[in-house]
Design a protein around this ligand. Sequence first.
Ligand code: SF4
Length: 306
Amino acid sequence: MRITNQANLPDAIVQAVKNDPYPQQDTGDISVTRLIDSPQIRVLRERHWDRLEEDAADRIWSLLGQVAHGILERAETVAMTEQRLFANVAGWRVSGQFDRLVVLPDGTLQDYKVTSVWAVVNGIKPDWLHQLNCLRWLAERNGHAVRRLQIVAILRDWSRGKALGDPGYPQRQVQVLDVPVWSLEETGAYIRERVRLHQAASGGYVPECTPEERWERPTTYAVMRRGRKSALRVFDSLDEARALAAGESDRRVEVRPGRAIRCEEYCPVAKFCPQRRAELGEPPLEQAPRMPPAFPPMGDAPVSIH
Ligand code: SF4
C-alpha cells in the first residue's frame, strides 16, 4: 500500500504513518480484527495490496490511537499489556492482541479506544462486543482466566459545553464501558464460523458485504414545516411520515436516501469491489465474487480446535 501526502503534511507525520508497526507483526493467518470484519474487504485488500493508496491525513486518528496506547502502556504497573495471543482454529492460526489484562483475582480485560462521542452514545458497538469476546477466548486458550470485559473509550471530539447542556451526552471525556461476556462455547462457535467464512473467501467463495459491514444507513422520511430548518420528526416509515404531514398545508415529507457510508467514504478497496461497482452500474474489474449455491451447515465438516 502506498501512503500519499496530498495535504503536504510535515515529513515526520508521513513517516510515522508509514512506520506503523502493525503490518510487520506476525498476526498468524488472521487477526481478530480481520476475522470479525468483512471477508470481501480482506480478500480484496490482499489481492490489490500493491495498488492500494491511502493518504497520510486520513490515518491521523489511527496514529493518535497508537500514541495513546504507547503512553498508557508506559504508565502501566499492575496489568499485562499489549500481548498478542494465538490459537489454531480449523487449520488457521488466529491471533489477537489485548491492550490491558488485569490478572487474577480481578481477571479484567480492557481495550482502549480513541473514538468519537457518537460511537458510545448508543451503547457498545457490535464490533467491540465481538472483538473483546474473541480476545477473551484467546486469553483463556492461553491460560489467562478472564471474567470481565471493558472498553476504555477516550472521546476525541467530546465537548464540555454539550455535556453541560445535555444529561444524555457523555459527562466525561473518558468512559469505562462494561461489555457483555459471552460463554466460551458461544464464542468458540462464533470464531469457528468466522474462520470458515474467511477460508471460503480465500478459496474464491467471497460473500458480499452485509449491511452492517457496509455501515448502511436506511432511507428515512423527515416531516418538515415551512419556516423551520430542522425536521419536526424523522421516521423509518413513509406511511408514518405521511400521517404526521397529512392535512397540514405547511408540512411536507422529505425523503433522505439511505447510504452505505463505508463504501462511499471509507472502504480502501471500493474501487476494486464488484459489489460496489455493480451498485454504481460499473463493469467488474475481475470475476464477480461467487458463493456456492448451498453453503454446508457447520456440523457437516469436522472442525479442529487445538
Ligand atoms: S466497497 Fe462496500 S461492499 Fe465493497 S468491500 Fe468495501 S464495504 Fe464491502
